[in-house]
Write a protein that binds this ligand. Sequence first.
Ligand SMILES: *Cc1c(COP(=O)(O)O)cnc(C)c1O
Length: 452
Amino acid sequence: MFYNSHKNPLISATFSKALLASLAPDGGLWMPASIKEYSPSECAELSARSFADCAAELASNFVDNKFTKADLQNICRDAYDFPMPLKTVDGYELDSATPELAGNAFFLELFHGPTLAFKDFAARFMGRAASHIMQKKGDRRVILVATSGDTGGAIGDAFLNQDGIDVFILFPNGGVSKVQEQQLTTIGGGKANVHAIAVDGTFDDCQQLVKDAFADKKMSKEFKLMSANSINVGRVIPQSFYYFWTSLQIKAAYGNLPIVYSIPSGNLGNLTGGLIAKAMGAPIDRFVIGNNSNNPFVEYLESGEYIPRPSVPTLSNAMDIGRPNNFPRILKLYKNKFEDVQKVCWGASFSDADTERHMRRVHTETGYVMCPHTAVGHMAMNAFAQDVDIDFVQVTVATAHPAKFQDSVERILRTDVPLPPALQKAANMEKVVEIAAPELDVLRNLIEIKLS
Ligand SMILES: *Cc1c(COP(=O)(O)O)cnc(C)c1O
């Protein structure tokens, strides 16, 4: 399988090259040259496999000959050793309840991995795939990752103590939740290969710094820079796996009822994964996109006009993205045809006041506690259901554990949201962090010092 630059189909690379290079030489995003579509009978066969084994089969279409099927099975079984329940607000789970009992509105809880956000799915696959490639090459790399909160934790955890790789996590100083900051700054205790940098600026400043570092030929060569943000195709591909497998589980229970996923979105990496799953034959009819007030994609879906702008801070900070970096991938998947994007994607955006009200209402009525991001997705799903007035299976993607946003969730719901063990451990560790101005020279010096 080859990858092409989204800007120029003549520029191509293997999976291993695309993963290590992050961006194509012309600055384009790597896109799979083709996507294998599974027939309904092949899908039925895959649906009977475990998630990890289904993921390994899907992955085999996207990698190169550095990976055998056995390598992929080992990687996926090792990466995906935690559950991903489909749950109703009443606590029914798809695999244990009949559709009559469960109804047809689910949360797909993707937050049961080690850092309690869906990004573990992609980070853990990518970390293992990258280290597999490096072992074969005997090489070194520096990962620069900008995070609005969850990516840094997931990448840091997935790459901790992986030989040949140093990780620098850039986050906006004061712009992530207390729990996230505690988690980001305690990975490896300051002695390992994972380093946290608090940048005096916004997430967009962090993302720009990473882009500038890559664009700086000298710096990117000297350090052998590699990105683990969702510009890296190695992050996006694994995000198709859970859409594919869960939609098959739902189809097995619900037959031909249409299936719609709602995704609270920022950089649109999660949505891109979903669209790739659909292209592979996953029985998904529609994607609903929830944005906070940073909503250039939802505006685009309404008007056909895409106007990126600086991000503004909100309650759902992992989605405070003014210029979603996977937008070009989505256009590419649909050959720049707005009408085709619109047929598959529907969007709505919500203010922080909407989000707080919704979290309170659902908690009061059902007891279900969701994080602010998930709430945005759930509101979008409800708005879509009203708009279309048909019967379908609703799957709201629950992207983070509510305790990751303990401060705001406890304030909004006026109830205790206890930290799960993984976060409890981080809470008791000492923070190790460098504070930096949003300038390339400052970043370069910091990296030099840490690597020496
Ligand atoms: C990263 C993140 C998102 C946004 O995902 P994208 O792939 O950037 O659209 C939503 N919710 C949470 C909790 C996240 O960490």
